[in-house]
Design a protein around this ligand. Structure first.
Ligand code: CP3
Length: 364
């Protein structure tokens, strides 16, 4: 079998709301600190960015969760902040702390001076990592490429790192909306090129992480976050290797805007745990697939509680295709790996009942 031939395309089918035998599953941040083998490679690499910059180590870490668990996708090991780093802001991660930029955006002049790094220039190391992942995966499961949304990236660039209030980024939006739009447009065009590069290098599905879109008011969410994700999606190649490349948009805290999100050109909408899958399916399930949405804190609970909650999520979505099982946000570093095993086992055992011919005919 050629290494490009997919042995498991369950997730690509579910993204297009096609029939599957069971609900496909992957976890946001599935490669990371909850795995001892990740912490080992991370220590060997020296810094987080050195790990991202080494295609060989990035590919090794990408595959680690698949060696432990029977998941239906791999997600490229990298970070959303590679893009601002390549724009010259100088990203670093102090151990145990969040990201820090050496420089941050403080004025309209800073925005106009920002360079637009190319997928095959400054960000080529990410494309090399995508190619290395595809090589190592050898068709086992599809590879998901990703980016941060322009708004989410902008918050880190303006705040200089993580933030609780987003005061500086929101002040730019409120006081200098035109400058904010210039920054977001620049980011959208850079990110569109970045994702296109990932598809050309072998990414088979894409995800846009809009982690901080939910901090905006409804009108500004539409104009300063969603509009730029739509602009990116419009610019993307939607087919590669003879298949559609599905795009998932995940706005954390975006549950009240699902109808608008479903219209942005995406194939799937990611949900956090504050929206019920039943409600989301009723509102937008005839247009897009739904990904989510177990609270990552649930993985700290006892395995029998985890199993019961998996059953609840499956029952909420109901019968038929168009559901990709995931957490409602990234897995936490303190998560016991054996609880993840219980989670995966529950999805495998309980979800086939919601698919197949019998299930399809019982769909209302
Ligand atoms: O999902 C995966 O397994 C792929 C890898 C991935 C990482 N970050 C690795 C990572 C992905 C998809 C991301 C996305 C990301 N990064 C987001 C969007 C999703 C989300 O969680 O909201 C955001 C906001 C970031 C920014 C970021 N990167 C922060 C705030 C931090 C530090 C705090 C934290 O949660 O870890 C990072 C560092 C980071 N990115 C780590 C990993 C495994 C930990 C770094 C380390 O090993 O020291």
């Amino acid at each position: 079998m050629s290494s490009r031939e997919l042995k498991n395309d369950r997730i690509l089918r579910a993204f297009l709301r096609q029939e599957v035998d069971r609900t496909p599953l992957w976890m946001m941040r599935q490669a990371g600190r909850y795995l001892a083998e990740y912490r080992e490679v991370r220590a060997q690499a020296g810094s987080f960015m050195d790990l991202c910059r080494s295609p060989e180590l990035a590919a090794r870490v990408t595959l680690q969760p698949l060696e432990r668990y029977d998941l239906d996708a791999a997600i490229l090991f990298s970070d959303i902040l590679t893009v601002p780093d390549a724009m010259g802001l100088g990203l670093s991660f102090a151990t145990g702390e969040g990201p820090v930029f050496a420089k941050r955006i403080q004025s309209a002049a800073d925005i106009d001076a920002l360079p637009q790094p190319g997928a095959n220039n400054e960000l080529k190391y990410v494309m090399d990592a995508v190619r290395a992942c595809r090589q190592e995966l050898a068709g086992q499961v599809p590879l998901i490429g990703f980016t941060g949304s322009p708004w989410t990236l902008a918050t880190y660039m303006i705040e200089g790192g993580s933030s609780k209030t987003f005061a500086a980024s929101k002040t730019l939006v409120y006081d200098q909306p035109e400058a904010a739009h210039r920054l977001l447009a620049k980011l959208a065009d850079t990110v569109a090129d970045y994702l296109t590069g990932q598809v050309e290098a072998g990414a088979q599905a894409l995800m846009i992480f809009d982690t901080w879109g939910g901090t905006l008011d409804p009108e500004r969410y539409r104009d300063f976050s969603l509009a730029y994700m739509a602009r990116i999606i419009e610019a993307l190649p939607r087919e590669a290797e003879g298949r559609r490349v599905p795009v998932t948009v995940f706005t954390k805290g975006g549950g009240q805007w699902l109808e608008a999100i479903a219209e942005c050109g995406c194939d799937a909408v990611g949900l956090d745990w504050t929206t019920s899958l039943a409600d989301a399916r009723r509102r937008i399930g005839d247009r897009v697939a739904l990904q989510g949405n177990l609270d990552p804190c649930m993985l700290h609970a006892k395995p029998d509680v985890i199993r019961r909650e998996v059953a609840r999520c499956l029952e909420e979505f109901g019968h038929g295709p168009g559901h990709i099982f995931n957490l409602g946000h990234g897995i936490q570093p303190e998560t016991p790996p054996e609880h993840v095993a219980a989670f995966v086992e529950a999805v495998h055992e309980l979800s086939p009942g919601y698919h197949g011919r019998a299930a399809a005919t019982s769909t209302a």
